[in-house]
Design a protein around this ligand. Structure first.
Ligand code: DQQ
Length: 578
């Protein structure tokens, strides 16, 4: 229908139709690793695999994802038939859809193939480890699948090993319906593989740690990798190493340089949050730099609709890349009418800031290949109440980069630390229409002629003792006139060295129903889903830069582009694979 097509994104990842959720495991093949002693060992351990030298897939990215072949609804609700969709790409932007990689067809996954991860053992042997649902009570175990033919560059077919399930729940106090989402494996100094699995033990969320010599038979290490007082299980754990201040990614199974930090990412209560710390190799334990028991204060990967993220080391470019599921925020009946539900965020390079505390994310540079029709403004000045219309690009499919420079830092309002517990409340109360000292300033996008519909992405600067704290909001409350949508004002706070940095940057990727915003060079990210009527009616939508604070804001640079449509799971001739 016209509705489904207008809201369908043009350059975000999604299957041609039906429901999609978590990214399950992505990896580049083609790590040009030499055969070493360990690989010889692998040859002994996996005698059924002929190792014929370093495997070279020529930089093919594989994306696996939770997919419902039966419709645009969540099959987890009925605990039936979740499969692993599979697509391949050479640039993370254009994707070729393939047959699902794994489907429920053995006793240990008969009610669903849930989330898991891909690991490439020693650069040569791809392995999938995933959660299987063994019954309608959602009891969970972990299974393994291997590619049937490693010389197929697309690794189309996967075979489950005969020894499945490779991990079963035998731990006292474990809730076996909360035991899932194994991570990508990494090697410890003892040469053994490790994986972490999210679980609820005695009612507490925990990251269980397992080790293995051959990736097939696993023993649990008694002490968990990490646990705190979380009352729900952590879904979709991700564990990776980063060097503060360096945007070079690290392969968790290579030597980790001294000075590196580790990041534990957890998904809980619709939020992806992370803790930075060190991995104590002797105790095989993750030790956070600071313990924050109140998880409302944990830093989030993204403050919007962004869940179940997974990162991987991209050996083609030496970077770590993360992406996540962004679900629809329209209604169930809208999804059924559209025939599709769920997209993935634009893949982002992720690294740790020089301060060792804050992750930075930025859309992979390949996305810039879709930019056309650049427009460029320099030296604008936005006084209180100014609205500057950004014209000359496709406002429904755009990439906008804008820098804001307050002309004075004297008028910042005073920060109240209690706001940290609920930034969304602050975004509602101090919204784009509420005058401030420095800010609100930002973008108004997807706006109808009379502004009845619009989405505002903006900043407001506060002063807190010795430092400045900025609130970034993505306010959807007026994003659509349609009823039945989830339209919150998303928001988050970040610290900013206003005296020295001066410029506060905003990049927003608009892709029809997706709005992904990156504040301050990627220090804070907010992904949102919007469904304006203006978009459907083709009235066109307007885009503005605005300032509603008493301090004049200079815009030294504003660049914007229309974004071309990417080839996402589209076959030659325009038809789609399902
Ligand atoms: N969805 C999966 C689970 C995961 C959850 C099932 C997160 O494995 O824990 O599709 O969205």
């Amino acid at each position: 229908s016209i509705v489904s097509e207008r809201y369908r994104t043009a350059y975000h990842f999604q299957p041609p139709r039906n429901w999609m959720n978590d990214p399950c495991g992505m990896n580049t093949s083609g790590a040009n690793t030499c055969i070493n002693k360990k690989e010889k060992k692998l040859h002994l351990i996996l005698p059924f695999i002929k190792i014929s030298g370093p495997m070279y897939y020529n930089g093919v990215y594989h994306e696996f994802y939770q997919y419902n072949p039966d419709g645009a609804f969540d099959p987890n609700d009925s605990l039936m038939n979740m499969v692993w969709g599979h697509s391949v790409s050479t640039d993370l932007i254009n994707w070729i859809g393939l047959e699902p990689a794994i489907k429920p067809d053995i006793p240990s996954d008969i009610c669903g193939c849930w989330t898991g991860s891909a690991t490439i053992l020693f650069g040569v042997q791809p392995v999938i480890i995933y959660t299987g649902l063994i019954d309608r009570k959602a009891n969970q175990v972990q299974n393994i699948a291997l590619p049937k033919n490693r010389s197929d560059p697309y690794l189309r077919e996967w075979a489950k090993v005969g020894s499945n399930p490779v991990i079963q729940h035998v731990i006292p106090g474990l809730n076996s319906s909360h035991f899932r989402d194994p991570t990508t494996g990494w090697i410890g100094p003892d040469g053994l593989w490790r994986i972490a699995v999210g679980a609820e033990v005695n009612g507490i969320g925990t990251a269980l740690l397992y080790k293995s010599e051959d990736f097939m038979s696993w023993t649990r290490i008694e002490r968990p990798l990490y646990s705190n007082n979380a009352l729900n299980m952590w879904e979709c754990l991700d564990f990776f190493a980063v060097v503060p201040g360096s945007n070079n990614g690290l392969d968790m199974s290579s030597e980790i340089p001294s000075g590196a930090k580790h990041v534990l990412k957890v998904s809980i209560n619709s939020c992806d949050m992370y803790i930075v710390g060190v991995y104590d190799l002797k105790r095989d334990e993750f030790v956070p730099d600071t313990v924050q028991d109140d998880n409302r204060l944990w830093t989030r990967i993204d403050y919007g609709t962004f869940y179940a993220s997974k990162s991987f080391f991209d050996s083609k470019h030496g970077r770590r890349v993360i992406w996540a599921w962004s679900n629809e925020t329209d209604s169930y009946s809208d999804d059924i009418a559209k025939g599709w539900a769920g997209i993935h965020s634009i893949p982002r390079t992720i690294w740790l800031d020089g301060d060792g505390k804050q992750l930075i994310q930025w859309p992979v540079e390949e996305i810039e290949s879709l930019r056309i029709n650049e427009i460029n403004h320099q030296g604008l000045e936005l006084k209180k109440g100014d609205l500057f219309e950004i014209k000359g690009i496709d406002t429904l499919q755009a990439d906008v980069e804008i820098d804001f420079e307050p002309t004075s830092i004297d008028d910042a309002e005073t920060f109240d630390p209690s706001w940290l517990f609920d930034p969304r409340k602050q975004c509602r109360e101090a919204d784009a229409s509420v005058h401030g000292g420095i800010g609100p300033f930002g973008l108004v996008i997807l706006a109808s002629d009379n502004m009845e519909e619009h989405t505002a992405v903006h900043f407001r600067v506060y002063k807190s003792e010795q430092k400045y704290i900025i609130l970034m909001c993505s306010d959807l409350r007026r994003s659509s006139l349609r009823p039945g949508l989830y339209t919150p004002a998303y928001g988050g706070f970040f610290e900013f060295d206003l005296e020295n940095e001066k410029r506060i940057s905003l990049r927003t990727l608009i892709d029809r129903s997706a709005v992904e915003s990156f504040g301050s060079g990627g220090r804070i990210c907010i992904t949102a889903r919007v469904y304006p009527v203006a978009l459907v009616d083709d009235d066109g939508a307007h885009m503005y830069a605005f300032n509603n604070g008493s301090t004049t804001v200079r815009v030294p640079q504003l660049r914007a582009w229309s974004m071309k449509r990417a080839q996402v799971n589209v076959m030659k001739g325009g038809s789609v694979i399902d």
